[in-house]
Design a protein around this ligand. Structure first.
Ligand code: HSE
Length: 434
C-alpha cells in the first residue's frame, strides 16, 4: 500500500486528536483511501514538552523547515494557529505542491485574499473544513451539497466557548468567568479566549463561510463584530420572560445583490432550532434559493470533533491527489480571478431590537424615551418596567422594537444616554425573529 507522508504543525488539543484518530481508524482509512496515512514529522513550539499521547514514529522538531524543506512530505497539516508563521507554511507548501489542511480560521479570514489567491495560482489541494464549526461538515455542504444553489443566507452559532458560557449563565445561573474557566478546561477555548468572547472567532469563521457562499473575497475589517462580554444575567432573564434565548450569532445574507454580514449577541425566539443549541455545540443554518433552509448541528469545538474534520479533509484530498479526479476548488469557484465583494455598512442593516434602559423612576421619563425613539422612526412592539430593587434606585425599562434601521437606533441611544434621568448606558441587543 502506498504510504502518504504527513507533516503536522502543532500537537496541541486538535493535533493530539488527529494523531489519535489516524491511529485508531488506521485500517478504516486504508480501506477508504487505498493508502496508508502516516504522520512522520511534527513541528511544535516546544519540542521537549511531554505529550499526553504516544508519538510512535513521529519525529519532533521546533524548525518549520524540518517539514517544509522535506520533499518526501506529501501533506502538511497546520494546526498551530496564529497568522504570520502559519501563512508562510501555507504559501510555501502550495509552491512545493504539498497538499494542505488547516484549521486556522484567523489566517483564512484575515489574509483571505493572499491565501486563496495563492491556492488558486498553484492549483493547491487545500482543505479547511476544521476551521469552521468543528465536526460539522458545513464547508462541504456549501461547496458540494448546495453546489447548484444560490446561497441566500448563512447564519449560526459557530463558537463553542461563547455558547457554552451563555448556556451556563442561562441554565445554571453561573457567572461569566466561571463558565469561561470551564470551557478552557475542556479545551474549547482559543489560546487567547478574548477571540471567543469578543466574537472575533465567530467573525473569522463567518467570513470564511461568506467567501464560499457568496463567491468572492470579503474584507474581515468590514465585518461588524460584537461579543458577549456585556451580556448581564438580567438581560438573559428578561429575554426569557419574553420567550427569547440570547445567542452569539454570526449571520450573513444576500439581499438584492448586497451582502450583509454581522456578528453580535442576538435574541432568538425559544421555539427556533438555534435557540436549543446548547453548550459547546454549534449549528449552522444555510438557505439556498432552491434547497430552502438546511440546519446542521454538532460539536463545534474540542479535540475529537475538530480532528474528525481534519481527517475528513485528509481522506477527501488524498483521494483527489491519488486519482486526480473531481477537484473541488478552494472557494468552489473555478475562476482564479477572485472578486472583491463589499459588505453592506452596519448602519444600513434592518433589525428588531431589545433596549434595556436604566432610568430614574419619575414622571415623564417614559414619555421622553418614547418621544426620542419615535423621532428616530423607531416603533415599539412591546415594553415592560421592572420594579425597583432598592427604594429610590433606578429601574429597568425594556422595549422591544419593530424592525428599525441600525443607524437610527444608534443615533437615538446616543441622544438618550445623555439625558439626566439615565442611570447607566443603555443595553441594546438585536432580536432575530426569523
Ligand atoms: N474556540 C473555538 C470555539 C474552537 O470555542 O468554538 C473551535 O474553533
Amino acid at each position: 500500500l502506498k504510504q502518504i507522508k504527513i507533516g503536522i504543525f502543532g500537537l496541541g488539543t486538535v493535533g493530539g486528536g488527529v494523531v489519535e484518530q489516524l491511529r485508531e481508524n488506521r485500517e478504516l482509512l486504508k480501506a477508504r483511501t487505498g493508502t496508508d496515512l502516516v504522520i512522520l514529522k511534527a513541528v511544535v513550539a516546544n519540542p521537549s514538552k511531554p505529550r499526553p499521547f504516544d508519538l510512535g514514529p513521529i519525529e519532533v522538531s521546533g524548525d518549520p523547515n524540518f517539514i517544509l524543506d522535506d520533499p518526501e512530505i506529501d501533506v502538511v497539516i497546520e494546526l498551530m494557529g496564529g497568522v504570520t508563521l502559519a501563512k508562510e507554511i501555507l504559501l510555501r507548501s502550495f509552491v512545493s505542491g504539498k497538499t494542505v489542511i488547516t484549521a486556522n480560521k484567523a489566517l483564512l479570514a484575515e489574509c483571505a485574499e493572499e491565501v486563496f489567491e495563492a491556492a488558486y495560482e498553484h492549483h493547491a489541494l487545500l482543505g479547511f473544513e476544521a476551521a469552521v464549526a468543528g465536526a460539522i461538515p458545513v464547508i462541504r455542504v456549501i461547496k458540494e451539497g448546495l453546489a447548484g444553489d444560490r446561497i441566500t443566507e448563512v447564519s449560526g452559532i459557530i463558537n463553542g466557548t461563547a455558547n457554552y458560557i451563555l448556556t451556563s449563565m442561562s441554565k445554571k445561573g453561573e457567572d461569566f468567568q466561571k463558565a469561561l474557566g470551564k470551557a478552557q478546561e475542556k479545551g474549547y477555548a482559543e489560546a487567547d479566549p478574548t477571540f471567543d468572547v469578543e466574537g472575533v472567532d465567530t467573525a473569522h469563521k463567518l467570513l470564511v463561510l461568506m467567501c464560499i457562499a457568496f463567491g468572492g473575497i470579503f474584507d474581515f475589517k468590514e465585518l461588524y463584530t460584537e461579543g458577549i462580554t456585556k451580556i448581564e444575567p438580567v438581560d438573559i432573564e428578561i429575554a426569557a420572560g419574553f420567550g427569547y434565548v440570547i445567542k452569539l450569532l454570526g449571520k450573513a445574507k444576500e439581499v438584492g445583490g448586497k451582502v450583509e454580514g454581522r456578528v453580535h449577541p442576538t435574541l432568538v425566539p425559544e421555539d427556533q432550532m438555534l435557540a436549543s443549541v446548547d453548550g459547546a455545540f454549534n449549528a449552522v443554518k444555510l438557505s439556498g434559493n432552491f434547497s430552502g433552509p438546511i440546519v446542521s448541528y454538532g460539536r463545534g469545538a474540542g479535540a475529537r470533533p475538530t480532528a474528525s474534520a481534519v481527517v475528513a479533509d485528509l481522506v477527501s484530498l488524498v483521494r483527489q491527489r491519488e486519482s486526480e479526479t473531481s477537484p473541488v476548488p478552494p472557494l468552489s469557484l473555478m475562476s482564479e480571478k477572485l472578486k472583491h465583494r463589499k459588505l453592506m455598512p452596519m448602519a444600513e442593516v434592518l433589525s428588531e431590537y431589545y433596549l434595556r434602559f436604566s432610568v430614574e423612576d419619575k414622571v415623564g421619563v417614559l414619555a421622553e424615551l418614547t418621544r426620542v425613539l419615535g423621532s428616530h422612526n423607531i416603533s415599539i412592539a412591546s415594553m415592560i418596567q421592572r420594579s425597583r430593587s432598592e427604594e429610590g434606585g433606578p429601574v429597568f425599562v425594556v422595549f422591544f422594537t419593530h424592525e428599525a434601521l441600525e443607524r437610527d437606533v444608534v443615533e437615538a441611544l446616543k441622544t438618550l444616554d445623555q439625558l439626566p434621568f439615565i442611570a447607566q448606558p443603555t443595553r441594546m441587543i438585536r432580536v432575530d425573529p426569523s
